[in-house]
Design a protein around this ligand. Structure first.
Ligand code: SF4
Length: 122
């Protein structure tokens, strides 16, 4: 986990996750031998599956695929806000003010958004 998350012993964004996955996320995680770790949501996007209200890869203490975690997990709490039409630090993260939102992170979020859009409906 990121230093901020560890410092606060927080796993909030791993609970009831709706993290969308790109083709490359799925390839990478499948390559580790995992199956049935995603589902298709209402808008045709593949997202991480939950088990007992936690991300299927989180055992309550650690993320089992931390080094291969999806791009969206790496970038969070940076997300694209449709109302602001901009990248922001998500209000859902209680410690968002402790994260830095750099230009590079914002650009990566925009790239992720494009990739997810291209992958939709696959
Ligand atoms: S909600 Fe924020 S502080 Fe908590 S685990 Fe997620 S990114 Fe880290």
């Amino acid at each position: 986990m990121k230093n901020v998350c560890l410092a606060h012993n927080c796993i909030k964004c791993c609970l009831k996750t709706q993290m969308p996955l790109t083709d490359s996320d799925i390839r990478k995680i499948s390559g580790l031998g995992f199956k049935n770790f995603f589902e298709v949501n209402k808008i045709g996007m593949r997202q991480l599956r939950n088990y007992k209200e936690k991300c299927t890869f989180h055992n309550g203490k650690i993320c089992k695929i931390y080094n291969s975690r999806p791009t969206g997990c790496r970038l969070y709490p940076a997300v694209f806000d449709e109302f602001e039409n901009n990248v922001i630090l998500d209000n859902y993260c209680p410690f968002r003010e402790e994260f830095l939102l750099t230009t590079s992170i914002s650009e990566k979020v925009i790239e992720l958004l494009k990739e997810l859009d291209e992958n939709k409906g696959k």
